[in-house]
Design a protein around this ligand. Structure first.
Ligand code: SAH
Length: 203
């Protein structure tokens, strides 16, 4: 299931002109597939919010596994591509994309649903802890969170959990190939160590 999904996701269109200030990098398709398949197996993939969705890979991957999704991003250019991608993959009816700063996002749902946030927020390489407002919003709106961070984020994530009555239930570590996206990258691609967390609200 993972392999087939990853191959499908390879066909998604990425950022046209990635904006460095917004730390725009596409999640590698194999990792996106890995995360949503894990979420599906754990039973978390019903209604998904993708904060900082960019060109939509995580939201669309979730829809391909039968979830409904909302993608939020501050960058309209990225969302135009996300919408095209959703149409291309036949999931336009399952996903809404909303242009909004994550800090200002207010979730309006008709009924109380079990909601999962799946996100690859800016890592805060350009701006330290740029991922903080993403975690805060995710903890405000959802009971389960899948979130991606640079290696060595455990202390930070644990502290955020302690402050907001969440706990870390899973921590997966990966090395992902980062394609040359910006001119200051010297090599065509290099491997970077990242961490994916599953967080859950304490009851
Ligand atoms: N989730 C996508 C993109 C990751 S890059 C993927 O996995 O491929 C991080 C994304 O966060 C970018 O699309 C960027 O535009 C968005 N972003 C950065 N700051 C933001 C903010 N304050 N509010 C909403 N989105 C933001």
């Amino acid at each position: 299931m993972k392999k087939a999904l990853a191959i499908t996701l390879e066909k998604l269109e990425g950022f046209e002109k990635p904006k460095i200030k917004l730390e725009q990098y596409v999640t590698p398709p194999s990792l996106a597939a890995e995360i949503v398949v894990n979420a599906k197996l754990i039973g978390d993939l019903n209604f998904v919010v993708d904060l900082g969705c960019g060109t939509g890979i995580l939201a669309i991957a979730s829809c391909l596994l039968n979830a409904k999704a909302i993608g939020i991003d501050v960058d309209l250019d990225a969302l135009k591509i996300a919408k095209r991608n959703a149409a291309e993959f036949g999931v336009s009816g399952k996903v809404d994309f909303i242009v909004c700063d994550v800090k200002k996002f207010v979730l309006k749902l008709k009924s109380e649903k079990s909601l999962t946030t799946i996100m690859n927020p800016p890592f805060g390489i350009q701006r330290r802890h740029a991922d903080r407002p993403f975690l805060i919003k995710a903890m405000e709106i959802s009971n389960v969170i899948y979130t991606m961070h640079s290696a060595g984020s455990e202390k930070f994530v644990k502290k955020m959990c302690d402050e907001n009555d969440f706990k870390i239930t899973h921590l997966w570590k990966y090395k992902i190939p980062l394609k040359k996206t910006y001119s200051f990258h010297e090599k065509e691609f290099k491997y970077i160590a990242i961490e994916v967390y599953r967080l859950m609200r304490l009851d």
